[in-house]
Design a protein around this ligand. Structure first.
Ligand code: THU
Length: 163
């Protein structure tokens, strides 16, 4: 028998440790949470993609009364980016999640403490673009810490890619 080990290198950083561009991307993801339509879950997610042409494209989760008809923030951002900038590589994605902290609280306090992590469906959708254009760095924002991963495939080992 042979054993195969799967490893992922995750950098844990404070927001202050990020360079200016990365901060801008995380801020864009945080701002995008304001544009979520999440009346059912009240979980407002924002995603910001940095494209190879320097543009930042944002998306937020869009829910629907017929629940499965809604879409996550990451796929909203990815599909919008690819539709509006066809053929342009995605270099990085930042993701943030905001839950209403209550009226007497600051907006910043609404962000999830732990890094928000994309669902399996979004990992698979993003992997497709990574296959086309090369690695997409992933920044998962949390109030306490931000995780940085080198690629989508590091979030989705043994992914379905051959067909
Ligand atoms: N959601 C996202 O937008 N991205 C994720 O990574 C996880 C979940 C959305 C889907 C749904 O609108 C709400 O968050 C609760 O699951």
């Amino acid at each position: 028998m042979k054993q195969v080990e799967i490893k992922a290198l995750i950098k844990e950083v404070d927001f202050e440790e990020l360079n200016e561009l990365d901060r801008r991307l995380v801020e864009a993801a945080k701002e995008a949470t304001r544009r979520a339509y999440a009346p059912f879950s009240k979980y407002n997610v924002g995603a910001a993609l940095l494209l190879d042409n320097g543009r930042i494209v944002e998306g937020s989760n869009q829910e629907n009364a017929a629940y499965p008809s809604g879409l996550c923030a990451e796929r909203t951002a990815a599909f919008f980016a690819s539709s509006s900038n066809p053929g342009v590589a995605f270099k990085k994605i930042a993701i943030a999640a905001w839950v209403d902290p209550g009226v007497d609280k600051d907006w910043e306090e609404g962000f999830q403490k732990n890094p928000v992590s994309p669902c399996g469906g979004c990992r698979q959708a993003l992997l497709e673009y990574e296959h086309l254009y090369g690695d997409i760095e992933v920044m998962l924002y949390g109030r306490d810490k931000t995780y940085i991963l080198p690629s989508i495939k590091s979030l989705l080992p043994l992914a379905f890619t051959d067909f």
